[in-house]
Design a protein around this ligand. Structure first.
Ligand code: CMC
Length: 428
């Protein structure tokens, strides 16, 4: 028998269906609430208790530390799949066959050019511009050069827009970096894999060949897989919200990049390394910074700790921590900041402040250490997160459009002034 929830207001009872997900998650379906109750709404700042959609893409259980894409565990995907396969899986729902993957990759390669006029836009940015801002602007500017990507009424048009953004986004990411460091903008090489090609576009020196390093390619591939989707997080919800007005895929992604930029979201990976560096510079006294993080009068937070959904270990952090050790080992790098990070983690996991609040290391705690070992500079950490999250944003946007979801438009509880009369400026 299907479950229902009863809500009682002023003695009157209202009944709402309870929806059950495939992993037995329960949600009270309040679609009829305002109509039934003559305008009563719900209030849930930060949407801590609100499901904004039904989705078949990613399953996350924060209490048990589970993350799955389309039913496959993140642990298995990180070990056995490559990033492009995972992108296909997220977007289209199934792992690709060999020929499907080949076609997908070839379609991407065929679109990997960016209009030369985009370089003029890049020229207009100061070198000091943060690459996330540059990336968000360029992704939005791409619409002007690909106007057909806006109206996607058929699945074919949608596919073309998806392949275009997957092809051009790594170019823009690499260009945002090259502009910052004063390197000439470069194109990729169709003979290389998706991730290897991105690394070539980032790091090829004008005077020399790009020499690929297997450890670097595989580590980055794994990191991108771990970042590829995370259900209805801040940037993904932004992508779905913007997309719900049918504004187009590229601008929806551009808005997602802006949301990801913030230090409470994707920007945390940059903030973590800056924090670890600051602790090192200060003499390495982790206890002092732990005390600051616990002090309610101090705005300092232990960056890379805590998560809205995970109240247990972030499964991505576990994989990344192991990977950080392996990558540094394989590349023969010693990074004192890794020891500071491990020390902080040890202390936090034994400290009642963090234990009681269920604050564990999240995906950003160790990822910066790997990025740094791979030669990726700090200000590019969040763009790397964006590159990884791109397939997830696309998958969520596509799902939203195919399910013909209504435009996102939350309600509010108004707490401002009641009606009052306009005062002439001389009387204010
Ligand atoms: N350091 C110190 N205290 C913390 C931290 C932290 N990193 N995170 C949460 N708290 C405390 C917070 O002060 C609050 O304490 P109290 O109950 O006494 O007021 C309690 O823990 C609950 O925190 P909250 O801010 O209500 O939790 P939230 O779900 O709104 O925020 C968060 C989640 C990720 C924004 C937060 O944990 C945070 O700011 N972490 C640091 C930034 C960070 O690492 N962000 C990356 C998130 S993972 C990547 C991604 O998906 O974007």
């Amino acid at each position: 028998m299907s479950k229902t929830a009863i809500l009682e207001i002023d003695g009157k009872k209202y009944e709402f269906p309870i929806v059950e997900g495939t992993e037995n998650e329960l949600a009270i379906d309040i679609k009829s609430l305002r109509g039934d109750t003559n305008g009563i709404t719900t209030l849930d700042p930060g949407y801590k208790n609100t499901g904004s959609c039904e989705s078949a893409i990613t399953f996350l259980n924060g209490e048990e530390g589970i993350l799955r894409y389309r039913g496959y565990s993140i642990e298995e995907l990180a070990e056995k799949a490559d990033f492009l396969e995972v992108a296909y899986l997220l977007i289209f729902g199934e792992l690709p066959t060999k020929s499907q993957l080949e076609k997908f990759h070839n379609d991407i390669k065929a679109q990997s050019h960016v209009d030369e006029d985009v370089k003029k836009i890049i020229d207009g940015f100061p070198k000091s511009a943060h690459p996330m801002g540059v990336l968000s602007s360029l992704t939005s500017a791409l619409v002007a050069f690909n106007p057909s990507s806006v109206n996607v009424d058929s699945e074919e048009e949608m596919y073309n827009a998806i392949v275009r953004i997957l092809a051009k986004f790594p170019v823009l990411t690499a260009w945002a970096y090259r502009k910052r460091v004063g390197l000439p903008l470069d194109y990729g090489d169709d003979n290389l894999g998706y991730v290897e090609n991105f690394l070539k576009m980032m790091f090829k020196k004008p005077s020399g060949e790009y020499v690929s390093n297997k450890v670097v390619v595989e580590s980055l591939d794994k990191l991108l897989i771990l970042h590829a989707d995370h259900e209805q997080n801040c940037s993904t919800s932004t992508v779905r919200m913007v997309g719900s007005s049918h504004a187009g895929l590229f601008v929806s992604i551009s808005a997602g990049i802006a949301a990801l930029w913030g230090p409470l979201h994707g920007g945390a990976n940059q903030a973590v390394i800056e924090m670890l560096e600051a602790i090192k510079e200060d003499g390495g006294d982790t206890k002092k910074f732990m005390a600051k993080a616990k002090d309610k009068d101090d705005p300092f937070r232990l960056m890379g700790f805590g998560h809205r959904v995970y109240k247990n270990f972030d499964p991505r952090a576990k994989i990344i921590k192991r990977s950080a050790d392996n990558v540094l080992d394989a590349l023969g790098i010693e990074d004192p900041v890794l020891d500071i990070a491990k020390g902080l983690e040890r202390e936090a996991l034994e400290d009642s402040y963090f234990v009681d609040r269920k604050l564990y290391p999240n995906v950003d705690f160790y990822s910066g250490i790997i990025y740094r070992a791979l030669g990726i500079p700090v200000e590019m950490f969040t763009p790397m997160f964006a590159l990884g999250r791109l397939p997830g944003w696309i998958a969520q946007w596509r799902e939203m459009r195919l399910r013909k979801e209504p435009i996102g438009r939350p309600r509010q509880v108004y707490i401002g002034e009641k009606l009052r009369s306009f005062k002439d400026i001389s009387n204010r």
